[in-house]
Ligand binder design. Structure first.
Ligand SMILES: Cc1cc2nc3c(=O)[nH]c(=O)nc-3n(C[C@H](O)[C@H](O)[C@H](O)COP(=O)(O)OP(=O)(O)OC[C@H]3O[C@@H](n4cnc5c(N)ncnc54)[C@H](O)[C@@H]3O)c2cc1C
Length: 475
């Protein structure tokens, strides 16, 4: 049975099976240490398994809510003594089965570690606990004139979860991803030891870069409890624009040209015609149903106006059919709401179908080829799979809506996913630009990394010799 067929036949994953591990004594020890903060009921365990994706839910044996780094260290020490898996949980918005518990264990929910410890406008940085959400951080920063830019579509995603998945989003083209914006981390290792990966200096040549090692480690190397993040001044002026194109390829070529020209783009996103149709229905808009770029320019009013003019010239050369812009906040917010609602739009418009969202990334010069070949593949395979992309980074998603009871369609999707990744790798790209590996993309790791896998495995074994931290993910 393929992974998708398993998913389609899921009747509750691990929950419907008897528990295969006896972590009872360790759970009782946690219950005694954290009275009222350990839950073992099925509904809570299910909420903490893989809620948003097609992967079958595999439930942890319990969920615990720590309130400090020290408490996380105590939880890990108890788990380690019992060889019990520990699965860190932010908001559960990851998309590749990251928070599933295939071997049971304890889920560590960071939602009570939500303190903003320090905001330092003079250094343009802040230190926060791992359970703070991106939305809340920006609300708290509102009066400072600063903001944190990394913007995955899911606003409730926590900064700890975003660091753990090396998340990025619509503004990465200008401000970088979590990889670029974490200055240091406090983490609890599998040994129960607490480490701080670096000081607060913006640059350092001192020692191995443990910050970058933990960013993107998906809870398999350590539990992140605090983060120091870069902040940015709110831009003086923002202009948004919507540009329609005759072809998807033209929209992608215009993107590549705009980046190569160094325009002051803070966002540039593509939506294909099928996705625009879904967004129109869901968000009650009347956008022309054709390949469309959503753009945002940051800078001075004069620089934004100049960049918009230059983009118009580039677009004209690539089959742009219209462009409209807005500088007022209401217009901009509505426009970007439509972009962020892309996944929910597909889920609603294709209600009754299962939805699978996947992403790949390629070097910019290969973007239009990768996207247009993927779009042709969707049509040839007879699939519903709108294409949406953070194209300024060479990153795009296919949002597949399919009938989980149709084995022939499931097989076509499996084959499509294999080709999508093979195409990205052949173009010197990656199996995932931002969603991560989790359970879903492990099968592509050796194709992408070759002999480097052994070095990754050595790091994992050195830091987590008992393999208790989020087992069954990445490697
Ligand atoms: C509508 C929608 C749009 C999305 N768009 C984007 C996008 O544009 N870009 C993008 O990058 N992602 C996107 N995602 C995916 C998702 O939002 C990100 O993966 C996000 O970073 C996960 O954060 P979380 O707090 O929900 O983490 P979770 O899902 O709870 O956890 C994710 C992983 O991180 C680990 N983890 C969580 N907290 C910690 C911690 N404190 N310490 C160590 N490990 C931890 C978990 O064990 C798990 O492996 C989207 C998801 C949705 C639903």
């Amino acid at each position: 049975m393929t992974a998708l067929e398993t998913a389609a036949n899921d009747e509750g994953g691990r929950c419907s099976e008897p528990l295969t591990h006896d972590f009872g004594p360790a759970l009782e020890a946690l219950e005694r240490r954290f009275p009222g903060r350990l839950a073992r009921g099925e509904a809570i365990r299910r909420q903490h398994a893989n809620a948003l994706t097609f992967h079958p839910a595999e439930l942890p044996d319990g969920v615990v809510w720590p309130a400090s780094t020290q408490e996380v260290a105590e939880i890990v020490a108890i788990a380690s003594a019992a060889r019990m898996p520990v699965i860190a949980f932010g908001a559960g918005t990851s998309l590749e089965g990251h928070v599933n518990a295939p071997r049971g264990g304890i889920c560590v929910d960071f939602s009570r570690m939500d303190k903003i410890i320090a905001v330092r406008p003079e250094d343009l940085d802040c230190t926060i606990e791992a359970g703070v959400s991106r939305r809340r951080l920006n609300q708290e920063l509102r009066d400072t004139g600063l903001f944190f830019p990394v913007d995955p579509g899911a606003e409730e995603a926590t900064l700890g979860g975003m660091a753990a998945t090396r998340a990025s989003g619509t503004t990465t083209v200008r401000y970088g991803s979590m990889r670029d914006n974490v200055i240091n981390l406090t983490a609890v290792l599998a040994s129960g030891e607490i480490i701080r990966t670096a000081r607060r200096a913006r640059k350092s040549s001192s020692g191995y870069d443990l910050t970058r090692l933990l960013v993107g480690s998906e809870g398999t190397l350590g539990l992140i409890t605090e983060l120091t993040l870069k902040l940015y001044g709110v831009p003086e002026h923002i202009v948004s624009a919507v540009a329609t194109f005759a072809t998807l390829e033209g929209a992608c070529r215009a993107t590549t040209a705009a980046i190569q020209c160094g325009l002051g783009l803070a966002r540039i996103e593509v939506l294909d015609a099928v996705q625009i149709r879904a967004v129109n229905q869901y968000s009650k808009l009347a956008l022309e149903e054709t390949p469309t770029l959503f753009l945002e320019f940051h800078g001075s009013p004069a620089a934004c106006a100049q960049d918009l003019e230059t983009f118009k010239d580039l677009g004209d050369g690539e089959g742009m059919t219209s462009i409209s812009s807005a500088a007022d906040e209401d217009g901009r917010r509505k426009l970007w709401r439509a972009r962020h609602d892309a996944l929910w739009a597909v889920k609603t418009v294709y209600a009754g179908r299962q939805v699978l969202v996947t992403d790949v990334a390629v070097p910019l010069s290969n973007l239009s080829r990768a996207v247009s070949e993927t779009a042709e593949d969707v049509v040839r395979s007879g699939l519903v799979a709108p294409i949406v992309g953070h194209v300024g980074d060479g990153n795009f998603h296919a949002i597949l809506a399919f009938d989980p009871t149709d084995p022939a369609e499931l097989k076509r999707i499996e084959a499509f996913l294999e080709r999508l990744v093979a195409r990205a790798l052949a173009l010197d790209g990656t199996a995932t630009g931002e969603h991560g590996i989790g359970q879903g993309k492990r099968r592509f790791m050796s194709d992408e990394h070759g002999t480097a896998i052994a070095a990754m495995q050595a790091v994992k074994t050195a830091l987590d010799p008992l393999n208790i931290l989020n087992p069954g993910k990445i490697l």
